[in-house]
Write a protein that binds this ligand. Structure first.
Ligand code: HEM
Length: 415
């Protein structure tokens, strides 16, 4: 039986190939095939796939595109996945998926908490958490970077920032795990719905109670109390919007930062020269983080909905269709980054859209960069003679928040 090569496949079949689990460890040759075809209209999906760097960057700030993707996926009348007694906040869309003016109003409220200056104050506590993880890794001869480091750090950091009592952090570890398929955006409607809807409702109930508690007795040192003060001072957002925004912060930075750390460690282990360079000079950790965000980005794609008929290159895009921006493909556009398939933290200039671009540019990027930098530098400094136990490591099903399920590393000790 003859199999069509990638270059002979229709756009729709190429998408099918991308969705196959066998493509998870290395989807980049498929992305390259998409890129060779330019902006590609896929009739069967009413969607345009965009892979050029310049096109992605331009479209991310094009006001003719809406971030309200749920309008495409859940047209009016779609089944409500939540039980009737779920808190009302669970039905409020996150500002990640809203357009101005609501997007602007909600984003403004939280933006001051995530500036580079505010986040820099967290460096010591992030360093302590990373060191605690690596201390535990010293016990065995192998160490799973996923469960031992990458998975626990981001959710612990954001819980502490918001002021979630430490005894309850384990609840968020569980809920964020339940929500991952929802965030990926590629699960079929009905696929594991109960699991993620249940996690979402439980998290909203908890955050509703926590907000009510902080309203009664505010504290001086947590973000929820700060947001409440801002809300009461400005009278600009409702209780439900506040709860929904807090839940967004809890989940948006989780899987993404997990994958930044794991993808970074994986790339370093496959390129021992760069690992040695990082060990010799921890100051290069930022460059490793930026190159990881380009070479193997935690968020592989994002999407928008066309508000009006438009054209992208030669492709015609009718109003209401989906525009899929394959960021991970754009990063390997040779017009943006020379020799793009090479992992090289020492490249002169790194151009990436790993945190998006334009009005929805990742609010948590300073925090993600800090966590990535501290974790990768500590891994290089403290883990002696690390080697991958399996290459490629096993991958989860996720297409967008693509990442490994386990990253076993053997080592000669942790100092
Ligand atoms: C938005 C990536 C970590 C909070 C985004 C977007 C991307 C992204 C690509 C834009 C999505 C779009 O335009 O459709 C990442 C990556 C991270 C990371 C790769 C880690 C390596 C975080 C963290 C937080 C966070 C730690 C907060 C604690 C947000 C929020 C938005 C966002 C609130 C929505 C911004 C808006 O709509 O205005 N992120 N993110 N992210 N991210 Fe992140």
């Amino acid at each position: 039986m003859s199999h069509a090569t990638n270059s002979e496949m229709s756009g729709f079949h190429l998408v099918g190939k991308l969705l196959e689990h066998a493509s998870r460890p290395d989807p980049y040759p498929i992305y390259a095939e998409f890129r060779a075809r330019g902006p590609l209209w896929i009739e069967e999906m009413s969607s345009l796939v965009v892979t050029g760097y310049h096109d992605c960057e331009t479209l991310l700030r094009d006001p003719r595109l809406s971030a309200e993707r749920w309008r495409f996926f859940q047209p009016d009348g779609a089944a409500d996945p939540y039980p009737q007694d779920a808190p009302a906040s669970v039905r409020r869309p996150w500002f990640l998926s809203l357009d101005p003016p609501d997007h602007t109003r909600l984003r403004r409220l939280v933006s001051s908490a995530f500036t580079a200056r505010t986040v820099a104050r967290m460096e010591d506590s992030v360093t302590r958490l990373v060191d605690e993880c690596l201390d535990r890794a010293a016990d065995g001869e192998t160490f799973d970077v996923m469960s031992g480091l990458a998975y626990s750090l981001p959710v612990t950091v954001i819980c502490r920032m918001l002021g979630v009592p430490q005894a309850d952090e384990r609840l968020f570890h569980r809920w964020t795990a339940q929500l991952t398929r929802l965030l990926d955006g590629f699960s079929n409607p009905g696929d594991g719905n109960e699991e993620w809807a249940g996690g979402m409702v439980d998290m909203h109930r908890y955050v509703n109670d926590l907000v009510a508690e902080r309203r009664r007795s505010p504290r001086r040192d947590d973000l929820i109390s700060e947001l409440l003060a801002a809300q009461e001072g400005g009278d600009v957002l409702s209780h439900d919007e506040l709860v929904s925004t807090i839940v967004l912060l809890l989940v948006a930075g989780h899987e993404t930062t997990v994958n930044l750390i794991a993808n970074g460690v994986l790339a370093l282990l496959r390129h021992p020269g760069h690992l040695a360079a990082l060990r010799a000079d921890p100051g290069t950790a930022s460059a490793v983080v930026e190159e990881t965000l380009r070479y193997d980005p935690p968020v592989q794609l994002t999407a928008r909905v066309a508000k009006e008929d438009m054209s992208v290159g030669k492709a015609k895009v009718p109003a209401g269709s989906l525009v899929i921006l394959l960021l991970a493909a754009a990063h390997r556009d040779p017009e943006a980054n020379p020799d793009p398939d090479r992992f090289d933290p020492s490249r002169e200039q790194v151009r990436h859209l790993g945190f998006g671009f334009g009005p929805h540019f990742c609010l948590g990027s300073p925090l993600a960069r800090l966590e990535g930098r501290v974790a990768l530098a500590a891994f290089a400094r403290r883990v002696r003679g690390p080697e991958l136990v399996a290459d490629p490591p096993p991958y989860r099903e996720h297409i967008n928040l693509r990442g490994v399920s386990e990253l076993l590393v053997s080592h000669a000790g942790v100092t």
